[in-house]
Design a binder for this molecule. Structure first.
Ligand code: COA
Length: 390
């Protein structure tokens, strides 16, 4: 039985800052951010969007009534969760009006969470072929104003429906994974900003890729020639390229050209959104599928997932016949085209705006946020959400 990605949706908040302007404000050469790091625009989440609403908005666009009935498992991968007890999956389950006879949980391992969720979903569907699983990958990446990680922030979510006989990508069984207890990036429970050893993190990302790629090759007997494209977890778009370059010499000139060209296409959305942690790899996949119109059904796509701390995995999927008919290319184009630019001072003000932590009541102006699902306020330490369509 084929199991894999049946649907894929994406949502980013409507605000962004231009990286050229951020560079000028930080006394940095703009080329460092746009070429050295490889980012053009950075999504900014207003106070009315959090990881729950971003995920719910991403899912809203792809689910029909039959999905809502058949989904019996919601797995929410995030590293910027809003509650240390209640899972973000339960909130989204409620906001989308899913079948109550479902499991809903949250998974955490830095940017690897959604990959673990997909593998768990695959196992669930193998045991329950009629089931559909909603996998959510949603984060707001915050390193802090004027920090070295600031240029690699972002906000957004990807929603995936995993089912039997998937319409987009059938996941293959062979995969290679690795865990090593390292401190390259972490966020203590008391901090709303991440700590990172940037250089070490970059080195470990590349090392993990090399190790899982070699392990995958010996398990599968496949090599670069068998791949149409390899998508990467992208904290910033230069990162995956650094890893890809270390193995390119294993392929012919034709393999190298194809993989580098598809890599560039796969980074377009990420370049304009920034780092969305758990969703970054899947945003890169979406970018490749939606922006390269020449991909053939039957092509194999490799996926490298990396979650600092650290866990890495390399796994693969086969593009399904007529997969393009099941993408939401126009919707995503509109999402990008209708965003509003904010200045650096405006971004800084939004960044500093945080929710009350003393139980006081606040109400937000949700009319200024075009999203369907918004955080409308807080009361008695509870977040209040609204679906404008209900
Ligand atoms: N024109 C073009 N490129 C330029 C440039 C210019 N004017 N100035 C600098 N650069 C390049 C550098 O050569 C470097 O490229 P390289 O890495 O290919 O050598 C790149 O820009 C970044 O410069 P660097 O000095 O290394 O930047 P930094 O010390 O500010 O740190 C990060 C960059 C990415 C390490 C930092 O932003 C970070 O820690 N981000 C978070 C990383 C992360 O998300 N890790 C966790 C998950 S994987």
């Amino acid at each position: 039985m084929n199991i894999g990605i049946d649907k894929i949706g994406f949502y980013a908040p409507h605000l962004y800052v231009d990286m050229n302007n951020l560079a000028l404000a930080r006394n940095v050469e703009p080329a460092k951010f746009t070429i050295g790091i490889g980012q053009e625009k950075m999504s900014i989440a207003p106070i009315t969007q959090d990881p729950v609403t971003l995920a719910a908005n991403a899912a809203l666009e792809i689910l029909d009534e039959q999905d809502k009935e058949k989904i019996d498992f919601v797995i929410f991968g995030t590293e910027s969760g809003i509650d240390n007890s209640k899972s973000a999956g339960v909130y989204v389950h409620g906001l989308l009006g899913l079948n109550p006879h479902a499991r809903s949980v949250e998974l955490k391992q830095a940017c690897y969470g959604a990959t673990a969720a997909i593998q768990m979903a695959k196992g669930h569907v193998a045991l329950n072929p009629e089931s559909k699983v909603l996998v959510l990958a949603s984060d707001i990446a915050r390193y802090g104003l004027n920090t070295s990680g600031e240029s690699t922030q972002g906000a957004g979510a990807v929603a995936l429906v995993i089912s039997a006989d998937p319409k987009i990508l059938a996941l293959e069984d062979k995969s290679a994974y690795l865990t090593d207890d390292i401190m390259d990036f972490w966020r203590p429970i008391y901090s709303d900003k991440a700590f990172v050893d940037g250089k070490f993190s970059n080195e470990q990302y590349i090392l993990f890729f090399q190790k899982v790629w070699e392990s995958y090759k010996s398990k599968s007997g496949l090599g670069l020639a068998d791949f149409e494209a390899i998508c990467y977890h992208l904290p910033y778009t230069k990162m995956g390229l650094k890893a890809l370059r270390t193995v390119l010499e294993q392929g012919t000139e034709k393999d190298q050209e194809r993989l580098v060209e598809n890599y560039q296409i796969s980074t377009t959305y990420n370049r304009n959104v920034g780092n969305i942690y758990t969703g970054s790899l899947y945003l890169s996949l979406l970018s490749l599928l939606e922006l390269n119109e020449n991909l053939q059904a039957g092509s194999r796509i490799g996926l490298f997932s990396y979650g600092s701390g650290a866990v890495g995995e390399f796994f693969t999927g086969i593009l399904q016949p007529n997969y393009r008919e099941h993408l939401h290319v126009d919707y995503h184009k509109q999402l990008f085209d209708t965003r509003t630019e904010v200045s650096v001072p405006e971004y800084e003000e939004i960044f500093e705006k945080t929710l009350p932590i003393d139980g006081s009541t606040v109400e937000f102006d949700i009319d200024s946020d075009p999203a369907t699902i918004c955080l409308s306020g807080m009361k008695d330490n509870m977040r209040l959400y609204i679906n404008k369509h209900n």
